[in-house]
Design a protein around this ligand. Structure first.
Ligand code: NDP
Length: 272
């Protein structure tokens, strides 16, 4: 089976479009602001894709350009602006600025990426509100394809705050048994080879091939790598798909992530 994210993403976006219409009929236009302090190419590409999605769904989108001197003031203004429902603090922040302190300043109700300490803490307490979009996308993709999670052995490769760590908690609360691996894990292949579900988020093009995977398991590829101008995942799709169900890259987790970000903006606009 191929885990395609497009059907699920379209379902989420259709719901978002309807909710935007309802909000607008009540005089509320959901609004997203991106606080941008870097001009690097990958940030630009990401911002353009967010803008395209907002335009298609009727969400008001704008970028606020900032720098090390103004970033705290700009964030404060966005926090206080009642017409702004979602705020994204784009990475990287200016040199010399502490990103975690800034995230701590961001109003958790507007934290549509689920990155603030408060929203991350809520996952730990099993009362998630706004959750990191990629971690949520992996869970919803697995649920969309009815992959059993209760009692399943799940190995997550990658322990970032945006993907691996929150995902481990979300899946644990669905009664899966979780192993989280990283660059210092010994015998990594042993941890993936016995798992019912493997989620890979490491940023290493096609590192995981069929030798790493159990026959009949499910593999979710979060990776986005550019190789010779082409986007590929962390999983060698052609190899792994011979013995396991595997998600597509592109058109898998990333597509769902973008839709969930839009849904989070609408949720913030609705007051959750
Ligand atoms: P980070 O760089 O923050 O984290 C990478 C993680 O992978 C770290 O925990 C690191 O271990 C681990 N790792 C790196 N190399 C190895 C290895 N050889 N063996 C085992 N573990 C390893 O990355 P992100 O989590 O932000 O992103 C991971 C990938 O997912 C990237 O390709 C990124 O582009 C993609 N991504 C995709 C998204 C989507 O929506 N589809 C959204 C976000 C990211 P350690 O902690 O020890 O350093």
């Amino acid at each position: 089976m191929i885990l395609d994210g497009i059907g699920l993403a379209n379902k989420i976006k259709n719901e978002v479009r309807e909710e935007v219409k309802t909000l607008k009929s009540k005089g509320i236009t959901p609004a997203l602001r991106c606080l941008v302090s870097s001009n690097d190419k990958s940030t630009r590409v990401y911002l353009n894709s967010i803008k395209r999605n907002c335009d298609k769904l009727g969400i008001d989108y704008a970028e606020v350009e900032t720098n090390s001197k103004n970033i705290m003031e700009d964030l404060k203004s966005l926090n206080e602006d009642d017409k702004v429902h979602g705020v994204m603090l784009m990475h990287p922040v200016p040199t010399g600025v502490d990103e975690i302190s800034l995230l701590d300043m961001l109003n958790p109700q507007k934290d549509v990426e689920g990155r603030t300490p408060k929203n991350l803490g809520k996952i730990l307490l099993d009362i998630p509100l706004l959750v990191p979009c990629t971690a949520q996308a992996v869970v919803e993709l697995l649920e969309y394809y009815n992959i059993p999670l209760k009692g399943a052995d799940v190995t997550i490769v990658g322990r970032s705050t945006t993907v691996g760590k929150p995902l481990s908690l979300l899946l644990m609360s669905r009664n899966a048994t979780i192993t989280v691996c990283h660059s210092k894990t010994r015998n990594l292949i042993e941890k993936t080879r016995h798992a019912d579900v493997v989620v890979v988020a490491i940023g290493k093009a096609k590192m995981i091939d069929e030798n790493w995977i159990k026959e009949g398991s499910v593999v979710v590829d979060v990776g986005i790598n550019v190789v010779n101008g082409k986007i590929v995942g962390d999983v060698d799709f052609d190899s792994v798909s011979k013995k396991a169900s595997v998600s597509k890259v592109p058109g898998g987790v990333g597509t769902v992530t973008n839709a969930i970000l839009m849904r989070n903006v609408v949720r913030s606009a609705k007051g959750m």
